[in-house]
Ligand binder design. Structure first.
Ligand code: OOB
Length: 568
């Protein structure tokens, strides 16, 4: 099989040639691709187990104790799935929206697409009609892969609706026994011919989703070269090797459990991935014991749940033992120092804080950092060639200790969102630094501490909500004149969303209830985590000096309302 001719991928901003050369010369980009990576691991590890899916698919054919696929089997399945997808007209450069839960099929499909050179678009199981319709429309997706029914939600119906409105969508594949009007994923694999050319290492491998701070999510094109480098770096820093067992508790499609070091990092290292259908301790703890899990990654609210459950279970007869666990990664949102201090004594494992972003840059505290650094910072970048700038509002560089805007450029950070020239003009500097929207400070040792955020986004326990997106949905309600969505403090999630609403004059005599507006937003087909947690009605918004809505004042107002009354 030969390497293919370059395929034009319009809308992709490549790394400038001199940077690409530098990253290759430094040995970061080694010309690997995901398809070949799996082939090589299968050759090296053959019958070792790659994937454990304890749930299997629900239904009568789910084997006891779940499914265990060796590297050889995953490799074979990816080949057969690739051949079947090709036979059904999915080819190189096609976009395929993948919305699968934490099941073995996720890896079968994704590696098949990698082999073909078709691009997975990683949707989350929580996404609904509005988001999926947008991903399919914006990317001109050729196919969409869903489970049948998951957590009480029928994805087949969602797929029917999205398909009827997106002519580009030729194929809907359903992982489950009953595909409805669509095609059963299990009927796709074939022994037919595979792709006649491999994707190149510098090609875009997939589109990841941005947390977003704009009206619609932006798509993040990651190449084989850049992403595999971030895997290799992560694997090294987290000491993952072929004896590691990684528990994937967060949604597999998210960048954190995918690559930090995540499922793909673990497969890169020849280790074992255990898929956790639900992230709560009642599901995860018994799996940790049964499968000898050594490492996992969680967002802060889940880490808190685990800590509390482990504390309650300590010394109780029959409580699952977590002795095998060596490393817990916590990231996606700020982990409080107080909680961070509990990890080692309560769970008996090391903590690594992770501060990363789907756009690229990932920082880790190191396993051998002093305890104080581990609990109070968000770590150092993976690469010596990750360029970090902390700047003031005017773009001037700030010294260590000062808080400012984090800008970054490096061997695995994108140079542009896909097909978004206007956003790119705002999100990147002229010389290619990505404006992360995070406010950070550097310690004397160079460790980063996340101090806040300049982007108009709410970080709901790691799930990102773009204020503008929700405001647009609220504005579609006939009674709403204006809307401003802000974060409010929450002891469990860190932040929740509060929507401030100004009603139209004609709606004021019979105002809608808060619950009605929440229902309205949900009814527009949005992921549940984006529905405002609270709605506050006001006559007018406080304004800044230049007449913009002062979200700072709104945040302060709701925080003051929530603050417990001082006890005397
Ligand atoms: C991860 O990726 P995204 O793309 O969902 O979100 C990125 C944003 C960052 O810009 C920052 O605002 C926030 O999430 N964030 C953190 C954080 N980790 C991420 N804020 C404070 N402390 C942290 N430790 O969330 C992500 C991607 C890869 C690895 C880990 C997390």
């Amino acid at each position: 099989m030969s390497s293919a001719q370059p395929v034009e991928f319009p809308g992709f901003t490549p790394y400038p040639a001199e940077f690409a050369e530098r990253y290759r010369a430094a040995g970061y980009w080694r010309g690997e691709t995901f398809g070949r990576m799996l082939r090589e691991r299968a050759a090296a590890h053959g019958e070792r187990i790659a994937i454990v899916d304890p749930s299997g698919l629900s239904g009568p054919s789910a084997p006891e104790g779940g499914r265990r696929w060796s590297y050889a089997e995953l490799d074979r399945r990816a080949d057969r799935m690739a051949a079947g997808l090709l036979a059904r007209g999915i080819g190189r450069g096609d976009r395929v929206v993948v919305q699968l839960p934490n099941t073995a099929e996720f890896f079968e499909v994704v590696f098949a697409l990698f082999r073909i050179g078709a691009l997975p678009v990683f949707a989350l199981p929580a996404h609904r009609y509005t988001e999926i319709g947008y991903f399919c429309g914006f990317t001109g997706a050729a196919a969409y892969v869903v489970p049948a029914v998951e957590n009480g939600f029928d994805y087949r119906e969602l797929a029917s609706r999205v398909r009827s409105e997106n002519p580009s969508l030729r194929l809907v594949l359903v992982a489950g026994e009953d595909p409805g009007e669509h095609v059963r994923l299990a009927d796709v694999p074939s022994d037919g011919p595979g792709p006649d050319a491999e994707p190149r290492p510098e090609d875009v491998a997939f589109l990841q989703l941005s947390g977003g701070s704009t009206g619609v999510p932006k798509l993040i094109p990651r190449t084989h070269d850049d992403y595999i480098y971030s895997l290799r770096g992560s694997v090294e820093l987290c000491a993952v090797d072929e004896d590691s067992v990684y528990l994937c508790a967060l949604p597999a499609a998210h960048n954190f459990p995918l690559s930090s070091p995540g499922t793909l990092g673990t497969l890169y290292a020849g280790g074992r991935v255990v898929l956790c259908p639900q992230p709560g301790p009642e599901t995860a703890f018994p799996l940790i014991e049964r499968e000898g899990v050594t490492i996992t990654g969680l967002v802060p609210p889940l880490a808190l749940l685990w800590l509390d459950a482990a504390e309650r279970g300590r010394g109780l007869a029959g409580a699952p033992r977590l002795d095998s666990l060596e490393v817990l990664l916590v990231g996606g949102a700020k982990f409080s120092e107080e909680a961070a201090r509990r990890v080692r004594p309560v769970l008996g494992c090391m903590l690594q804080q992770v501060f990363g972003m789907a756009e690229g840059l990932v920082n880790y505290t190191r396993l051998d950092d002093p305890e104080e650094v581990i609990v109070s910072t968000q770590g150092l970048p993976i690469s010596p060639d990750d360029e970090i700038r902390v700047v003031d509002d005017q773009g001037a560089d700030l010294p260590a200790g000062a808080t400012g805007h984090l800008l970054t450029r490096g061997p695995y950070t994108i140079r542009g969102y896909w097909n978004a020239p206007e956003h790119n003009a705002n999100s990147f500097t002229g010389d290619g630094f990505y404006r992360t929207g995070d406010l950070v400070r550097r310690t004397a040792t160079g460790h980063l501490v996340v101090e806040g955020r300049a982007k108009d986004q709410i970080n709901r326990g790691g799930e990102k909500v773009a204020a503008e997106e929700i405001e647009n949905h609220l504005l579609a309600h006939p009674a709403v004149h204006d809307a401003a969505v802000v974060s409010m403090p929450d002891p469990y999630l860190g932040e929740r969303t509060c929507a401030y609403v100004v009603l139209r004059a004609e709606a004021r005599p019979t105002p809608p209830k808060a619950i009605e507006l929440k229902r309205f937003v949900r009814g527009r087909g949005l992921a549940d985590f984006k529905v405002p947690d609270r709605v506050e009605f006001v006559e007018a918004f406080p304004a800044t000096g230049i007449g913009k809505v002062s979200k700072k004042d709104l945040r302060a107002a709701i925080a003051a309302t929530l603050r417990p009354a001082p006890t005397s």
